[in-house]
Design a protein around this ligand. Structure first.
Ligand code: RIB
Length: 297
Protein backbone atom coordinates (compact mmCIF):
# COMPACT_ATOMS: atom_id res chain seq x y z
CA UNK A 1 0.00 0.00 0.00
CA UNK A 2 1.49 3.35 -1.08
CA UNK A 3 0.62 6.83 0.21
CA UNK A 4 0.34 9.83 -2.11
CA UNK A 5 -0.26 13.42 -1.06
CA UNK A 6 -1.28 15.51 -4.08
CA UNK A 7 -1.05 19.06 -2.77
CA UNK A 8 0.31 22.57 -2.55
CA UNK A 9 3.83 23.72 -1.78
CA UNK A 10 4.17 27.37 -0.71
CA UNK A 11 6.90 29.78 0.21
CA UNK A 12 5.50 31.42 3.35
CA UNK A 13 6.56 35.05 3.98
CA UNK A 14 5.76 35.41 7.67
CA UNK A 15 5.47 38.94 9.12
CA UNK A 16 5.44 39.51 12.88
CA UNK A 17 2.75 42.09 13.69
CA UNK A 18 1.33 43.64 16.81
CA UNK A 19 -2.19 42.89 15.60
CA UNK A 20 -3.73 41.58 12.36
CA UNK A 21 -4.11 44.59 10.13
CA UNK A 22 -7.56 46.11 9.55
CA UNK A 23 -8.88 47.51 6.24
CA UNK A 24 -7.29 50.93 5.49
CA UNK A 25 -4.71 50.57 8.26
CA UNK A 26 -0.90 50.72 7.86
CA UNK A 27 1.27 48.91 10.37
CA UNK A 28 5.04 48.35 10.54
CA UNK A 29 6.12 44.75 10.97
CA UNK A 30 8.46 43.49 13.65
CA UNK A 31 10.33 41.40 11.03
CA UNK A 32 9.88 38.93 8.21
CA UNK A 33 10.97 35.32 7.84
CA UNK A 34 10.73 32.95 4.90
CA UNK A 35 9.48 29.44 5.74
CA UNK A 36 8.47 26.43 3.67
CA UNK A 37 4.75 25.68 3.88
CA UNK A 38 1.58 24.99 1.98
CA UNK A 39 -1.12 22.75 3.38
CA UNK A 40 0.00 19.92 1.11
CA UNK A 41 3.70 20.12 1.97
CA UNK A 42 2.99 20.59 5.70
CA UNK A 43 0.84 17.45 5.76
CA UNK A 44 3.43 15.41 3.84
CA UNK A 45 6.17 16.46 6.25
CA UNK A 46 3.94 15.72 9.24
CA UNK A 47 3.34 12.22 7.86
CA UNK A 48 7.04 11.68 7.23
CA UNK A 49 7.87 12.87 10.76
CA UNK A 50 5.20 10.50 12.07
CA UNK A 51 7.02 7.63 10.38
CA UNK A 52 5.09 7.09 7.12
CA UNK A 53 6.65 6.94 3.67
CA UNK A 54 4.72 9.47 1.59
CA UNK A 55 5.06 10.47 -2.07
CA UNK A 56 4.30 14.14 -2.60
CA UNK A 57 2.96 15.29 -5.97
CA UNK A 58 2.70 18.96 -6.88
CA UNK A 59 4.25 21.72 -8.94
CA UNK A 60 6.80 24.34 -7.91
CA UNK A 61 7.93 27.40 -9.88
CA UNK A 62 11.37 28.70 -10.74
CA UNK A 63 12.19 29.80 -7.16
CA UNK A 64 10.68 26.65 -5.61
CA UNK A 65 13.83 24.57 -5.03
CA UNK A 66 13.75 25.15 -1.22
CA UNK A 67 10.36 23.41 -1.16
CA UNK A 68 11.81 20.33 -2.84
CA UNK A 69 14.84 20.50 -0.54
CA UNK A 70 12.50 20.54 2.49
CA UNK A 71 10.89 17.32 1.25
CA UNK A 72 14.27 15.66 0.79
CA UNK A 73 15.46 16.86 4.21
CA UNK A 74 12.48 15.29 5.94
CA UNK A 75 12.31 12.07 3.92
CA UNK A 76 9.26 12.91 1.76
CA UNK A 77 9.51 11.20 -1.66
CA UNK A 78 9.88 13.79 -4.46
CA UNK A 79 9.59 11.43 -7.47
CA UNK A 80 6.44 13.16 -8.77
CA UNK A 81 7.14 16.83 -7.92
CA UNK A 82 7.82 18.87 -11.06
CA UNK A 83 9.41 22.30 -11.52
CA UNK A 84 7.67 24.51 -14.10
CA UNK A 85 8.28 28.02 -15.53
CA UNK A 86 6.75 30.92 -13.59
CA UNK A 87 6.31 31.57 -9.88
CA UNK A 88 5.78 29.11 -7.05
CA UNK A 89 2.80 29.39 -4.78
CA UNK A 90 3.47 31.78 -1.92
CA UNK A 91 1.71 33.32 1.03
CA UNK A 92 1.90 36.51 3.04
CA UNK A 93 1.20 35.55 6.64
CA UNK A 94 0.67 37.97 9.52
CA UNK A 95 1.32 36.49 12.97
CA UNK A 96 0.23 38.59 15.93
CA UNK A 97 1.50 38.63 19.53
CA UNK A 98 -0.93 35.86 20.54
CA UNK A 99 0.30 33.62 17.71
CA UNK A 100 -2.90 34.04 15.68
CA UNK A 101 -2.47 34.43 11.94
CA UNK A 102 -4.09 35.64 8.76
CA UNK A 103 -2.98 34.23 5.41
CA UNK A 104 -3.03 35.76 1.93
CA UNK A 105 -2.51 33.01 -0.65
CA UNK A 106 -1.01 33.36 -4.14
CA UNK A 107 -1.64 30.09 -6.00
CA UNK A 108 1.15 30.33 -8.61
CA UNK A 109 2.37 26.89 -9.71
CA UNK A 110 -0.16 25.20 -7.38
CA UNK A 111 -2.87 26.31 -9.82
CA UNK A 112 -1.08 24.95 -12.92
CA UNK A 113 -2.04 21.25 -12.60
CA UNK A 114 -3.03 19.64 -15.91
CA UNK A 115 -5.00 16.46 -16.54
CA UNK A 116 -1.94 14.95 -18.28
CA UNK A 117 0.23 15.55 -15.22
CA UNK A 118 -2.42 14.15 -12.87
CA UNK A 119 -2.90 11.06 -15.06
CA UNK A 120 0.86 10.51 -15.14
CA UNK A 121 1.19 10.70 -11.35
CA UNK A 122 -1.83 8.50 -10.64
CA UNK A 123 -0.61 5.86 -13.12
CA UNK A 124 1.93 4.90 -10.43
CA UNK A 125 -0.80 4.11 -7.86
CA UNK A 126 -3.45 1.42 -7.62
CA UNK A 127 -6.40 -0.02 -5.71
CA UNK A 128 -5.82 0.08 -1.96
CA UNK A 129 -3.32 2.96 -2.07
CA UNK A 130 -4.15 6.13 -0.12
CA UNK A 131 -4.36 9.66 -1.51
CA UNK A 132 -4.49 12.78 0.70
CA UNK A 133 -5.88 16.03 -0.70
CA UNK A 134 -6.47 19.62 0.38
CA UNK A 135 -7.96 22.52 -1.59
CA UNK A 136 -4.96 24.64 -2.58
CA UNK A 137 -4.48 23.14 -6.06
CA UNK A 138 -6.64 23.31 -9.19
CA UNK A 139 -8.47 20.30 -10.72
CA UNK A 140 -9.33 18.87 -7.30
CA UNK A 141 -12.55 17.38 -8.74
CA UNK A 142 -10.61 15.61 -11.51
CA UNK A 143 -8.09 14.18 -9.03
CA UNK A 144 -10.88 12.85 -6.79
CA UNK A 145 -12.71 11.23 -9.72
CA UNK A 146 -9.52 9.70 -11.15
CA UNK A 147 -8.27 8.39 -7.79
CA UNK A 148 -11.72 6.91 -7.05
CA UNK A 149 -11.76 5.14 -10.43
CA UNK A 150 -8.43 3.56 -9.50
CA UNK A 151 -9.87 2.30 -6.21
CA UNK A 152 -7.68 4.50 -4.01
CA UNK A 153 -8.82 5.46 -0.50
CA UNK A 154 -9.37 9.23 -0.60
CA UNK A 155 -8.69 11.47 2.40
CA UNK A 156 -9.85 15.07 2.05
CA UNK A 157 -9.01 18.12 4.14
CA UNK A 158 -11.33 20.60 2.36
CA UNK A 159 -9.25 23.59 3.32
CA UNK A 160 -9.52 26.40 2.41
CA UNK A 161 -13.19 25.81 1.60
CA UNK A 162 -14.49 27.45 -1.60
CA UNK A 163 -16.62 26.72 -4.67
CA UNK A 164 -14.06 24.18 -5.95
CA UNK A 165 -14.93 21.88 -3.02
CA UNK A 166 -18.63 22.28 -3.77
CA UNK A 167 -17.89 21.18 -7.34
CA UNK A 168 -16.39 17.85 -6.15
CA UNK A 169 -18.23 14.57 -5.73
CA UNK A 170 -17.67 14.31 -1.97
CA UNK A 171 -19.49 10.97 -1.91
CA UNK A 172 -16.16 9.48 -3.07
CA UNK A 173 -14.30 10.55 0.10
CA UNK A 174 -13.41 7.88 2.68
CA UNK A 175 -12.14 10.19 5.42
CA UNK A 176 -12.78 13.91 5.98
CA UNK A 177 -10.58 15.97 8.28
CA UNK A 178 -12.07 19.42 8.64
CA UNK A 179 -12.62 22.20 11.10
CA UNK A 180 -15.87 23.59 12.46
CA UNK A 181 -15.99 26.39 9.88
CA UNK A 182 -15.46 24.06 6.92
CA UNK A 183 -17.96 21.61 8.41
CA UNK A 184 -20.45 24.47 8.65
CA UNK A 185 -19.80 25.50 5.05
CA UNK A 186 -20.45 21.97 3.78
CA UNK A 187 -23.54 21.29 5.91
CA UNK A 188 -25.05 24.70 6.72
CA UNK A 189 -25.00 23.77 10.44
CA UNK A 190 -23.11 25.57 13.21
CA UNK A 191 -23.24 23.20 16.22
CA UNK A 192 -20.53 20.48 16.13
CA UNK A 193 -22.96 17.62 16.84
CA UNK A 194 -25.34 18.86 14.13
CA UNK A 195 -22.45 19.25 11.67
CA UNK A 196 -21.45 15.65 12.34
CA UNK A 197 -25.03 14.37 12.08
CA UNK A 198 -25.45 16.14 8.75
CA UNK A 199 -22.11 14.84 7.42
CA UNK A 200 -23.13 11.28 8.46
CA UNK A 201 -26.41 11.67 6.60
CA UNK A 202 -24.82 13.11 3.46
CA UNK A 203 -21.82 10.76 3.39
CA UNK A 204 -22.83 7.63 5.33
CA UNK A 205 -19.75 5.63 4.30
CA UNK A 206 -17.23 8.30 5.27
CA UNK A 207 -15.31 8.65 8.51
CA UNK A 208 -15.00 12.20 9.84
CA UNK A 209 -12.61 14.04 12.14
CA UNK A 210 -14.00 17.45 13.12
CA UNK A 211 -11.51 19.76 14.81
CA UNK A 212 -12.87 22.39 17.19
CA UNK A 213 -9.90 24.60 18.10
CA UNK A 214 -9.77 25.01 21.88
CA UNK A 215 -12.55 22.43 22.28
CA UNK A 216 -10.48 19.59 20.81
CA UNK A 217 -11.71 17.21 18.15
CA UNK A 218 -14.38 14.59 17.49
CA UNK A 219 -14.12 11.41 15.42
CA UNK A 220 -17.32 10.04 13.93
CA UNK A 221 -17.88 6.76 12.09
CA UNK A 222 -21.44 5.43 11.95
CA UNK A 223 -22.58 5.05 15.55
CA UNK A 224 -19.04 5.42 16.93
CA UNK A 225 -17.95 8.77 18.38
CA UNK A 226 -14.59 9.52 20.03
CA UNK A 227 -13.83 12.89 21.65
CA UNK A 228 -10.35 14.30 22.28
CA UNK A 229 -9.37 17.40 24.27
CA UNK A 230 -6.44 19.72 23.64
CA UNK A 231 -3.01 20.01 25.20
CA UNK A 232 -2.66 23.57 26.40
CA UNK A 233 0.53 25.43 25.43
CA UNK A 234 1.73 29.01 25.01
CA UNK A 235 1.06 29.79 21.34
CA UNK A 236 3.82 31.42 19.30
CA UNK A 237 2.46 30.71 15.81
CA UNK A 238 -0.61 28.61 15.01
CA UNK A 239 0.33 28.21 11.31
CA UNK A 240 0.26 24.52 10.29
CA UNK A 241 -1.31 23.31 13.55
CA UNK A 242 -4.22 21.84 11.58
CA UNK A 243 -1.87 20.33 9.00
CA UNK A 244 0.19 18.73 11.75
CA UNK A 245 -2.99 17.22 13.21
CA UNK A 246 -4.11 15.94 9.79
CA UNK A 247 -0.75 14.44 8.87
CA UNK A 248 -0.38 12.74 12.24
CA UNK A 249 -3.93 11.37 12.26
CA UNK A 250 -3.68 9.88 8.76
CA UNK A 251 -0.33 8.37 9.77
CA UNK A 252 -1.85 6.87 12.91
CA UNK A 253 -4.40 4.99 10.79
CA UNK A 254 -1.69 3.76 8.43
CA UNK A 255 0.41 2.69 11.43
CA UNK A 256 -2.51 0.70 12.87
CA UNK A 257 -3.16 2.83 15.97
CA UNK A 258 -6.63 2.96 17.52
CA UNK A 259 -8.71 6.08 16.89
CA UNK A 260 -8.24 7.06 20.55
CA UNK A 261 -4.45 6.74 20.28
CA UNK A 262 -4.39 8.53 16.92
CA UNK A 263 -6.41 11.50 18.14
CA UNK A 264 -4.29 11.89 21.29
CA UNK A 265 -1.04 11.71 19.31
CA UNK A 266 -2.31 14.20 16.72
CA UNK A 267 -3.56 16.65 19.36
CA UNK A 268 -0.18 16.52 21.11
CA UNK A 269 1.80 16.96 17.87
CA UNK A 270 -0.41 19.87 16.88
CA UNK A 271 0.02 21.52 20.31
CA UNK A 272 3.81 21.26 20.06
CA UNK A 273 3.72 22.81 16.56
CA UNK A 274 2.07 26.02 17.82
CA UNK A 275 4.92 26.63 20.27
CA UNK A 276 7.29 27.27 17.33
CA UNK A 277 7.38 29.70 14.41
CA UNK A 278 6.85 28.65 10.81
CA UNK A 279 5.01 25.83 9.10
CA UNK A 280 7.10 22.78 8.18
CA UNK A 281 9.79 23.78 10.69
CA UNK A 282 7.30 23.75 13.55
CA UNK A 283 6.14 20.14 13.08
CA UNK A 284 7.62 17.82 15.72
CA UNK A 285 9.20 14.41 15.13
CA UNK A 286 7.23 11.42 16.45
CA UNK A 287 9.75 10.66 19.23
CA UNK A 288 9.39 14.18 20.57
CA UNK A 289 5.61 13.82 20.61
CA UNK A 290 5.75 10.44 22.33
CA UNK A 291 8.24 11.69 24.95
CA UNK A 292 6.53 15.01 25.64
CA UNK A 293 5.00 15.49 29.07
CA UNK A 294 2.20 17.80 27.92
CA UNK A 295 -0.92 17.52 30.05
CA UNK A 296 -4.37 17.42 28.52
CA UNK A 297 -6.31 20.62 29.37
O1 RIB B 1 -2.14 25.59 6.84
C1 RIB B 1 -1.03 26.45 6.87
C2 RIB B 1 -0.58 26.76 5.48
O2 RIB B 1 -1.61 27.44 4.81
C3 RIB B 1 0.61 27.66 5.40
O3 RIB B 1 1.85 26.97 5.42
C4 RIB B 1 0.37 28.44 4.13
O4 RIB B 1 1.24 28.09 3.08
C5 RIB B 1 -1.08 28.17 3.75
O5 RIB B 1 -1.18 27.36 2.67
Amino acid sequence: MKVLNFGSLNLDYVYAVDHIIAPGETESTGGVELHCGGKGLNQSIAMAKAGVEVFHAGLVGEEGQPLIDACVQHGVRTDYIRKIPGRSGHTIIQVDREGQNSILLFGGSNRAMTKDYIDEVLSHFEKGDIIILQNEINLLDYIIDSAFERGMMIVLNPSPFDAAVEGCNLGKISLFLLNEIEGGQITGETEPDKILASLREKFPKAKVVLTLGGDGSIYSEGEKTVRQGIYRVKAVDTTAAGDTFTGYFVSSIINGLSVEEGLALSAKASAISVTRPGATDSIPEKDEVLNSDLEEA
